[in-house]
Design a binder for this molecule. Sequence first.
Ligand code: GAR
Length: 196
Amino acid sequence: MKRVAILISGSGSNMVSLVESMVGDYPARPALVLSNVPGAGGLAKADALGVETAVVDHRDFPKDREAFENALISRIDAVEPDIICLAGFMRILTPVFLSHYAGRMLNIHPSLLPKYKGLNTHARAIEAGDTEAGCSVHEVTAELDGGPILGQARVPIEPGDTPDTLAARILPMEHRLYPLVLARFATGDRTPVELP
Ligand code: GAR
């Protein structure tokens, strides 16, 4: 059974979906939910689900990303996780953190990578006139949003879509995709998951 640390910055809906999946025969269990934002909505949800929580506030380490990451690493490693899942964790990570968890860290990103790395993915897909959008789970490497893709889910972009309506169509797909990819990854299977 793999132990999973989940890193969040916000509402934590993907974290909830992961935690709720980790029951029964599922090959992993949640060990920690950590946020860089004190009071992030996801912390109370993790608490209600009975998962240990922690906060490492990046603002306590002004202009010192490496000190922030070393604090993150020591708090995460205290629970001895096998896998790290970034789930709406909105900090850019340096090689200090990336190399420490190389080969065992996943991220979910709200675009069909390699398109639209970075922010404002839905607005960019609509502006480009794309007819489909979606989300990707990928292994985290040194290249921002650039590691091997382990799963994708696609949705149509409808006439009149706004970034909000498109996000509302994609988020439920994120909630389905991430647990499927994590289950495979936890058993050592990196075959990409394709949804629907
Ligand atoms: C999700 O849509 C996730 O794909 C996105 O943030 C949202 C977090 O929502 N992640 C990124 O943009 C990463 N660059 P949640 O906190 O409700 O899971």
